[in-house]
Ligand binder design. Structure first.
Ligand code: PLP
Length: 432
């Protein structure tokens, strides 16, 4: 009998790490089975502890937009490592990365680098509250903004998977200023502003929500978010940790600006792609807002490893590669080709199916049409999804182990990888 090293490692892990994982969704709890322990990865593939190869559509949940081990990025990181791991003092690369980010996301005048999306989201809210002198803010059901206390209110993703609307350990007093509304619900939005408008520091929103699979904020909804914030003196905070430099070089805000002239958020939260796989995230926005931060202003925020020299080298090299002409056109074409291939295969087998994508991010649903909010996403048939998930896994295709997660294409994926994925899915659909 062959030994399943994934299982052996999982058994060992569970003795010393809660649930055997350092982030809940990795545990395969929603789909059952044994998580794959990754041994190494290259390009569009990774190999698990048994040496089995997979086409990777998670890419570390978004950062690996170039695929794994891109030579230019590896070289930049190796060079940076030799110059030192961390100094706790400013470096030129931080300035370069800040400039590179601002050049790509022009709604931001200034940016501060941190180590995780959680930190960045939490800090953006603090700036919004500090700058407006107001406490309340709006978040939308199904959007995830990291695990800071005030934001763990009916969040999606990992929490949704565990059917846990809010986390234990968060005192009710801490979330009393968090107003949770339904995504894409204009009426609730209007009502919330009528009631609380003058007390609102901000709206925080995932413009294309990737933590309830893939759900876009509709144009009228986004337009109204912007108008109401401006009218009531609240800030519009875009959480683009997932969508930033992933759906387009200019991020999701540039996608909305195509249809809503002059559209801009006041603040933006970034992560994932800007670190290229290293712990790096950022928050930024208008100058007068960012100048509220210490040491200039009264809003405190700090970090020992913020702007880490190895992480910034990785981020800079990644930004350089994704800035090359045609990058997002190629990426977007491949993503569309995957989604349309899967849709055609499902339709042929008579399975209700639809999907959507933007740039290198996609989602699909076992519904005839795209859902608009979290409640609808939650009505998905788990059993069919689990059959699809495990069928793909057996056939060497790794998608998110939960229905509430987006998927990610990288520059390293080939048309052959996509064809193989679609063929595997077609096989599973026809047996359903
Ligand atoms: C991943 C994510 C976060 C949290 O980032 P971490 O680096 O995991 O802390 C926040 N917001 C969104 C939209 C995300 O996708």
């Amino acid at each position: 009998m062959t030994i399943d090293r994934n299982q052996t490692l999982f058994d060992r892990a569970r003795q010393v790490i809660p649930g055997g994982v350092n982030s809940p969704v990795r545990a395969f709890k929603a789909v059952g089975g044994t998580p794959r322990f990754v041994q190494r990865a290259q390009g569009a593939y990774f190999w698990d502890a048994n040496g089995k190869q997979y086409i990777d559509y998670i890419g570390s949940w978004g950062p690996m937009i170039l695929g794994h081990g891109h030579p230019a990025v590896v070289e930049a990181v190796q060079k940076a490592l030799l110059e030192g791991f961390s100094f706790g003092a400013p470096t030129e690369r931080e300035v370069e990365l800040a400039e590179a980010i601002l050049a790509r996301v022009p709604s931001m005048d200034m940016v501060r680098l941190v180590s995780s999306g959680t930190e960045a989201g939490m800090s953006a809210i603090r700036v919004a509250r500090g700058a407006t002198g107001r406490s309340k803010f709006i978040k939308f059901e199904g959007c995830y903004h990291g695990h800071a206390d005030a934001l763990l209110v009916k969040a999606g993703s990992g929490l949704a998977t565990f059917g846990n609307p809010t986390s234990a350990g968060v005192p009710p007093e801490v979330v009393q200023h968090t107003i949770v509304l339904e995504y894409n619900n204009l009426q609730q939005l209007e009502e919330a502003f009528v009631t609380h408008g003058k007390e609102l520091a901000c709206i925080i929103i995932e413009p294309i929500a990737g933590n309830m699979n893939f759900v876009r904020a509709s144009l009228p909804f986004m337009k109204r978010c912007r108008e109401l914030c401006t009218q009531y003196g609240a800030l519009l905070v875009f959480d683009e940790v997932m969508t930033g430099l992933r759906v387009a070089l200019g991020s999701a805000q540039s996608v909305y600006a195509r249809s809503i002239p002059g559209f801009e958020p006041d603040m933006t939260v970034l992560g994932k792609v800007i670190g290229g796989g290293m712990p790096l995230a950022a928050f930024g926005g208008k100058r007068h807002l960012m100048e509220q931060l210490a040491p200039l202003g009264p809003v405190y925020q700090a970090g020992t490893l913020s702007g880490n020299p190895v992480a910034t080298a990785c981020g800079l090299a990644t930004l350089h590669e994704i800035g090359k002409p045609g990058f997002y056109e190629d990426l977007g074409r491949k993503t569309q080709s995957l989604v349309s291939g899967l849709t055609a295969a499902a339709t042929k087998a008579g399975i209700p199916f639809c999907g959507d994508s933007e740039g290198g991010m996609f989602g699909f649903f076992l519904f005839p049409e795209l859902p608009q909010n979290y409640a609808k996403v939650m009505t998905t048939d788990n059993k069919t999804f689990n059959t699809l998930f495990h069928g793909l896994l057996d056939r060497g295709v790794y998608i998110a182990p939960a229905l509430y997660e987006a998927g990610f294409m990288s520059a390293a994926h080939t048309e052959a990888d996509i064809a193989e994925t679609v063929a595997a899915a077609a096989d599973i659909f026809s047996a359903l």
